[in-house]
Design a protein around this ligand. Structure first.
Ligand code: HPA
Ligand code: ZN
Length: 336
């Protein structure tokens, strides 16, 4: 890619990364063996790490991906498994020029399997501390709620004493909303977001990736979100796009994910040029890099290959991402 070295050096913040989506087939097989987890022999994709990786290359939809994503997690049992997973991601991120990472995890996907919240959290926290120490990356953790589960389950997770403790201590900085979007509109979760706002938590939600542009409007109105995860459908509504641009709300786009999961036919079909012209702020992210086989720099390069942006445009994308981060102003100035 032209500008490849420039893009690699460009200071990056990543805001849309599911830690469970950083589980490589190699680590999955290793942990399955160590933890005595049997892989589904009826699915030939699980014959070897290579065959699993090639199956990952043929996702047909978000739900097809989520099937493998939720199965993959079943190998994560102990705190050091979660640490190994997150450490794997931070090393890739650092190599790609990430200075600050705000990463999601899905508490319910683990607690429903009998793995305690504090086990998950302590593993991830160890990896975050190591990333800060050894790689100079600053990090924030964000708990996501699984929107395909009953709202009461999500609320009970939010109110769980260990989860609340992690918010109070600052170990977890904010909340998000993920999993299947269609059929699970944002307003269902308004009580959680209202409580989170009162507690001073940062708030984001997946909206307008798979679902329609109305989900973006209602996530802004009924959830009071401060960022929009994916948000590519925003370009379908010029008025809302102008409003989002004027407010300066950051979209956390994931170009390769959108193509792999079938939200758009190709990168060229993404509204990158429209967002730039309308002054919509966005960052570029990897979503579930191990499943899509590509990390954040690949996403930057794929945008460059399709849109041929200039150095100034890249500078403003980089700045928007750093300014839209949830770290302190001092840290933002350091990175810029
Ligand atoms: N979309 C929705 N939910 C998710 C994703 C995604 O790409 N990855 C993990 N949970
Ligand atoms: Zn996502």
């Amino acid at each position: 890619t032209p500008l490849h070295d420039f893009l690699k050096r460009l200071p990056k913040a990543e805001h849309h990364l599911h830690l469970e989506g950083a589980l490589s087939p190699t680590l999955l097989f290793e942990l399955a063996k160590r933890n005595n987890i049997s892989l589904p022999t009826e699915d030939s994709a699980f014959n070897s790490p290579d065959s699993l990786q090639s199956r990952y290359g043929r996702f047909t939809s978000l739900d097809d991906f989520l099937h493998y994503y939720y199965f993959g997690m079943s190998v994560l049992i102990h705190a050091h498994d979660f640490e190994a997973l997150a450490w794997d991601y931070f090393q890739h991120a650092s190599a790609d020029g990430v200075h600050h990472a705000e990463v999601f995890f899905d508490p319910q996907a683990h607690t429903t399997r009998g793995v305690s919240y504090n086990t998950v959290l302590s593993g991830f926290e160890s990896a975050c501390r190591r990333a800060e120490r050894e790689l100079g990356i600053t990090t924030e953790l964000i708990t996501c709620f699984l929107r395909h589960l009953p709202v009461e389950d999500c609320l009970a997770t939010f109110e769980n004493e260990h989860v609340q403790q992690s918010y109070r201590s600052g170990a977890v900085k904010g909340i998000g909303l993920d999993s299947s979007e269609v059929g699970f509109p944002p307003h269902l979760f308004s009580e959680i977001y209202e409580k989170a706002r009162k507690q001073g938590l940062r708030r984001t939600a997946h909206a307008g990736g798979e679902g329609p542009v109305d989900f973006i409007a209602s996530a802004l109105d009924t959830l009071g979100i401060e960022r929009i995860d994916h948000g590519i459908r925003l370009a379908d509504d010029a008025d809302l796009m102008a409003k989002v641009a004027a407010q300066g709300t950051l979209l956390t786009t994931c170009p390769i994910s959108n193509v792999v999961l079938g939200s758009v036919p190709s990168i060229q079909d993404l509204p990158i040029r429209k967002f730039l012209d309308a002054g919509v702020r966005f960052s570029i992210n990897s979503d579930d890099p191990a499943y899509f086989g590509r990390y954040i720099l690949d996403n930057y390069c794929s945008v460059q290959e399709s849109f041929d942006l200039d150095v100034q445009e890249w500078g403003s994308i980089s700045r928007a991402g750093i300014e839209g981060s949830w770290c302190g102003d001092g840290r933002k100035r350091e990175i810029l």
